[in-house]
Ligand binder design. Sequence first.
Ligand code: CAA
Length: 258
Amino acid sequence: SKEFCFIETRTEGPVAFIELNRPEVLNALNRGMVAEILGAMEDFDRAEDVRAIVLSGKGRCFAAGADIDEMAAAESIDMELLNQFTDWDRLAWIKKPIIGAVHGFALGGAFELALCCDLLFSAEDAEFGFPEVLLGVMPGAGGTVRLTKLAGKTKAMEWLFTGKRISAKEAREFGIVNQVFARETLMEETARYARELAKMPPLSVRFIKESVLKAIDASIYEGMQFERKNFSLLFSSEDQKEGMKAFIEKRKAQFKGR
Ligand code: CAA
């Protein structure tokens, strides 16, 4: 596997793990780290044996946001020419399910990264927030868009205007987080969920992910046309034949992802 500086990766059976690994600066996301996350995601996305990707942070927290040192001196033209958020656009094209596991802080760019995950589990100590406003800027990697779509305008404005941190409990209430676990069991519970997800027919999971993401953006009509094509497409898969045959024969299906 590749050598990474800012992340660590491993696989356990069908589950791939990506851990942010700059604990000395609370996993501040520099551009190198974001590129590595994308590189690892794309490799796992293509790896036939991988069925789910878990993203988490090493040390005290998930991550305290984009690396402030790296951007403090930047001018707008530097930012424009860097075009650094194209990596984030690529993240949206990962086809396999991504599960975020957040403990401690998930601030700024790290909250945006968490919002890119398909499912989000958190520890009781998790704190989400967009403190960009306190630095005289604002989110730039989808924060205002994804938070608003998820939690609605009222809460999004409230949180974004002040940088106020959102507790795990509140994040759960507003549908940002799927489930909250004790700090000690977060990774174990996340891995358990990922292993269960890995047993599902991969093509179904893939097209469900695509269709749900499409639904966020599209009109009902357009979303439903997209859904219908994916539904039809699954009828060319071996797993559809196997799944329905197994049901009729009253046995457990063996899915292959083809
Ligand atoms: N960038 C660079 N370094 C960071 C960092 C960041 N986002 N967050 C923390 N660090 C560093 C600190 O500078 C410190 O380094 P030193 O030991 O060398 O001083 C180390 O990590 C530990 O942090 P603290 O001593 O500050 O730890 P704390 O427990 O006292 O406070 C915290 C924790 C409240 C999260 C605080 O570190 C903090 O406010 N961090 C910045 C949070 C932030 O503003 N994030 C948004 C960044 S902007 C962004 O993300 C833009 C975007 O959308 C792309």
